[in-house]
Design a binder for this molecule. Structure first.
Ligand code: SIN
Length: 305
């Protein structure tokens, strides 16, 4: 077995994993060491990994089934591998790509589906000279540091996740946005989640939540703001400054993240993402007619609860 070295990068999350060539088959002991480090550090950085799409997919499959990205517009997927979402600000077919501004608000991948991703593996192909960073927040810490009174309030509470709240979605091709909306009616998930492997509690929150079931708009927005501000406090966050060849693998069951627009948008930024399929459906679809109308959506959800 090669000599794996794991070096923590941040207090809240993040560790660098070196001593591995991910193009080579992974020994069971290596897989075990990575898995253990993933559960402990939540975000793993593998530097200098020049992977083909096939190699990225093969490595990702060691950690679970891959999401086939049925929730995404086909034009945003790799032409030969639907398991790879191509996040690029380069033009595609002479038009701005459908992912040119992806990930710009705090989110947990695919929370707007019934089965949020278990994790994701993002490979940096091209990056601007400076910036284009990504930040992850540790949602175990966010949960653990809430007061008992707020934790009690959240227990049993459900949130409405809405794909139309992706920041900047209105700047994308309207046909593509319509496709995304059709594929992803609003869904409801519990706010407090239990990690299926560590059995620790964390939060499923972020900026793509329209409101909480049974609450007024005002109540929802105040509570959401409190939770998101708390969860993304700097002390809970790891910020990654990318290098080409980095592969970053994160646990989506206890983190949320944001891709920063902190770079010259005329410079290319290209990333390939594999999403690990969630172990279980934790969501249920909200009546389509209510989508987009916050008050009627809350009423519709309350009616079926
Ligand atoms: C994502 O939100 O999955 C993409 C993050 C990034 O592009 O840095």
């Amino acid at each position: 077995m090669s000599k794996i070295a794991i070096r923590p990068l941040g207090f809240a999350a993040g560790a660098e994993v070196t001593g591995l060539d991910l193009r080579q088959p992974l020994a069971a002991a290596e897989r075990g060491a990575i898995h253990e480090a993933w559960l402990r550090h939540l975000v793993l950085v593998f530097p200098d990994q020049d992977l083909t799409p096939e190699q990225q997919i093969a490595f990702a499959q060691k950690f679970g089934d891959l999401d086939g990205h049925a929730s995404q517009a086909p034009s945003t997927l790799h032409p030969d591998h639907q398991e790879i979402l191509v996040l690029t600000n380069k033009q595609v077919g002479g038009k701005p790509s459908g992912t040119h501004n992806s990930g710009r608000n705090w989110h947990t991948d695919l929370s707007y589906t019934e089965r949020p991703a278990k994790g994701a593996l993002l490979s940096c192909k091209e990056k601007p000279p400076v910036g284009g960073d990504t930040m992850w927040a540790n949602l175990y810490l966010a949960y653990d540091t809430l007061s008992p009174a707020i934790r009690a309030l959240l227990e049993g509470l459900e949130a409405i996740h809405d794909v139309t709240l992706i920041k900047g979605i209105e700047q994308r091709d309207p046909a593509l946005v319509a496709d995304m909306k059709r594929r992803n009616p609003a869904v409801v998930h519990p706010v407090v989640r239990v990690h299926p492997e560590t059995e620790r509690k964390s939060l499923l929150i972020g900026q793509r939540i329209r409101g909480f079931v049974g609450m007024s708009d005002e109540e929802s927005q105040s509570l959401l703001s409190l939770l998101n501000t708390h969860a993304t406090s700097p002390e809970f966050v790891y910020r990654h400054r990318w290098s080409v060849g980095d592969l970053v693998m994160w646990d989506n069951r206890c983190t949320c993240h944001v891709a920063l627009a902190d770079f010259d948008q005329t410079k290319p930024r290209v990333m390939y993402r594999c999403s690990l399929e969630g172990e279980q459906k934790t969501g249920r679809i909200v009546a389509a007619a209510a989508a987009g109308d916050r008050t009627s959506m809350l009423q519709a959800v309350a009616a079926v609860s």
